[in-house]
Design a protein around this ligand. Structure first.
Ligand SMILES: Cc1ncc(COP(=O)(O)O)c(C=O)c1O
Length: 391
């Protein structure tokens, strides 16, 4: 079966954060939103049908999560990533963002240092600082149009109150699918310096063709013993509104500490539609996902070529995974605030501002290119026109 990613889906006025925010926050309704990370595609038809079938039943009471739910995740991680996960290693979370906070509270004490590799998904900062932990930055290094880790700096900034590193793998927003060599070298530092690693692998299924995701915890027994991994079908299948993600930890002590936080926060009851959707997506979504990745790769090619041919002041930081692309706009010569306003008010496209992720991404914007190609083309034409009318 071929799936249709080309036909635009009208998401305006559907309580979509992505699509309704510009109207609600800025009073404008004609902006193409390419910011928050959800896709302008319907979920796989089998998932939509399962949710519709369950919705038609009409009784939406408390959920009992079936064993088949967990088995679908175990099979998915094995089939897609060669990662052999066992049932006792698994737990739930209502989302990866809440899981980050639960883990910060489970594995560190107030005042402890938690390392992040900036520029990075900004809720990492909130999970640390809003829980009174110390944000320790290990900036990525810009190198030949991409980013790499700086492990010498990491060694230097770890002190005796640094307890945890939150890894973003694949990395949002720089789009790196870390290689096994890079992960091995990072892991070696974490083992030697005794850090717990919270590995946010929510984008794991979205490595672009030519790149392969490596689950950190699958690399060695030493790493498995100190790693808690977040995975979810939410980015992969566009299910973020259904509130369902998973925790994987083969170390029973770490999992027990997570579970204490989970129970203390009163999270035992799962989302009904999230439970239904995760299982069907993981059980049946391979073919849809393979076609989605090809479509996203096509969008990325289009974006790359358009920038080269029509927007010479911009540079694409070419992602290896995710459907998010950092675009270096320093060639336009605008400070970030002016740059963000230029895109919103003159180009009529809305991006995540680079500085939201850290000062390392100043002068950049993050574009979400998970949309029909016609929408991407229209956004790029708008940018080209706005840049031309500034000259
Ligand atoms: C790295 C990363 N973690 C977590 C999330 C959000 O997770 P959730 O919607 O499950 O809270 C995102 C969404 O963009 C993300 O990029």
């Amino acid at each position: 079966m071929r799936y249709d990613f080309d036909t635009p889906l009208d998401r305006r006025h559907t309580h979509s954060l992505k699509w309704d925010h510009c109207r609600d926050a800025f009073g404008v309704d004609d902006v193409i939103p390419m910011w928050v990370a959800d896709m302008d595609f319907a979920a796989p038809p089998a998932v939509v049908e399962a949710v519709e079938r369950r919705a038609a039943h009409g009784a939406y009471g408390y959920v009992s999560v079936p064993e088949s739910f967990w088995q679908s995740a175990i099979d998915w991680l094995d089939r897609r990533h060669g990662w052999k996960v066992e049932r006792p290693w698994l737990h739930r979370a209502p989302g990866v963002v809440p899981a980050l906070s639960l883990c910060v509270n489970a594995f560190t004490e107030p005042g402890d240092g938690v390392v992040v590799q900036t520029p990075v998904y900004y809720p990492f900062f909130h999970a640390i600082e809003r829980n009174d932990r110390r944000l320790v930055r290990n900036p990525l290094v810009a190198d030949s149009g991409t980013f790499r880790m700086d492990l010498a700096d990491l060694e230097r900034i770890i002190d005796d109150r640094t307890r945890m590193l939150i890894l973003c793998s694949p990395h949002n927003p720089v789009g790196r699918v870390w290689t096994t060599d890079e992960l091995g070298a990072l892991g070696e530092v974490c083992v030697r310096r005794n850090l717990v690693v919270l590995s946010d692998e929510i984008h794991m299924d979205l490595a672009l063709p030519g790149h392969a995701h490596q689950p950190l915890a699958a690399m060695s027994p030493d790493l498995a013993a100190r790693t808690v991994t977040c995975v979810a079908p939410s980015k992969t299948f566009n299910l973020a509104g259904l509130s369902m993600s998973l925790i994987v930890a083969s170390n029973p002590e770490l999992l027990a500490r997570y579970e204490r936080q989970f129970d203390a926060s009163g999270l035992e009851i799962a989302s009904l539609f999230g439970t239904v959707a995760l299982e069907v997506a993981y059980r049946t979504g391979d073919d849809w996902l393979d076609q989605l990745r090809d479509y996203l790769a096509g969008n990325l090619e289009y974006l790359d070529q358009f920038i080269r041919e029509h927007l010479p002041a911009l540079r694409l930081v070419r992602p290896e995974g995710t459907y998010l692309a950092l675009i270096d706009c320093r060639g336009l010569g605008m400070p970030q605030k002016e740059l963000d306003e230029f895109f919103l008010k003159e180009a009529r496209v809305y991006f995540d501002s680079g500085v939201w992720f850290g000062k390392e991404a100043a002068g950049h914007v993050r574009m979400n290119f998970a949309c029909p190609r016609a929408t991407l083309a229209e956004a790029l034409r708008r940018i080209e026109g706005a840049v031309a009318s500034r000259r």
